[in-house]
Write a protein that binds this ligand. Structure first.
Ligand code: SF4
Length: 228
């Protein structure tokens, strides 16, 4: 859990001045991607206990009771909470005041969303989805250890729009094993044709201690300059 002042400097209107941004980390993944060094666990049986503990921690958090204009559920894979996202939102609303028009983002893995869940999250107030598409071909996704196909990623974006999400952001990775300037450009063009509001492109960094580092995967990655 991380709180940040997001409103303008002191001296502004009280509601805006007091606005905070809240980040909630949801540390669950269906499988660990071999390049990732974020904290997460595949112990999905702990999700309920974690959500309850998070709700209890909110009562003690500094800044509880103040206005929030940004709420971000990141991970891990927050979409793995499924209906549990609603419990977290309820807890947030109990302990903070979400301002009118507050941005509420959920990070989602395309392999974990369903039309029903998307509708449920949207109705509960989530108004921005951040979807990790990451790569443009089956072999690239497999090397990255992703649990979804490209087709599932594209379908999830369309489904999110049908569920009422007007603000959908997608992520792609650059300089991954086997990627070329051409495949990177093809994926960027494909994503640009989707009904999304934002595309984030991240350079892969091989972090110490990850399976990719142990496998010497840096040798299979293209020169960053060749794909940027
Ligand atoms: S799904 Fe995301 S958080 Fe989980 S292991 Fe893969 S990259 Fe890391």
């Amino acid at each position: 859990m991380n709180l940040q002042q997001t409103g303008p400097a002191p001296g502004g209107p009280p509601e805006r001045e007091a606005a905070l941004g809240l980040y909630l980390h949801v540390p669950f993944c269906l499988a660990r991607c071999p390049y990732c060094d974020f904290y997460s666990t595949t112990r999905l049986d702990r999700r309920g206990a974690y959500t309850e503990a998070m709700a209890r921690a909110m009562a003690l958090a500094p800044g509880a009771g103040r206005a929030l204009d940004t709420l971000y559920l990141g991970g891990g894979t927050p979409s793995l909470l499924g209906e549990g996202v609603l419990s977290l939102l309820e807890a947030v609303r109990r302990h903070w005041r979400l301002t009118e028009g507050a941005e509420i983002t959920l990070e989602a893995n395309p392999g974990t969303v369903t039309p029903e869940l998307l509708r449920l999250w949207r109705q509960a107030g989530v108004n921005r989805l951040s979807m990790g598409i990451q790569a443009g071909s089956g072999p690239e996704l497999k090397t990255l250890g992703r649990i979804h196909t490209l087709e599932e990623g594209l379908a999830a974006v369309e489904e999110a729009r049908r569920a009422g999400f007007e603000n959908v952001s997608v992520d792609m990775m650059l300089a991954t094993p086997g990627q070329t300037a051409e495949t990177a450009r093809e994926l960027a063009d494909l994503l640009a044709g989707l009904p999304v509001t934002h595309i984030s492109a991240y350079l892969l960094k091989i972090e110490e201690g990850t399976p990719f580092a142990r496998q010497g995967m840096a040798d299979r990655c293209p020169d960053r300059k060749s794909v940027v």
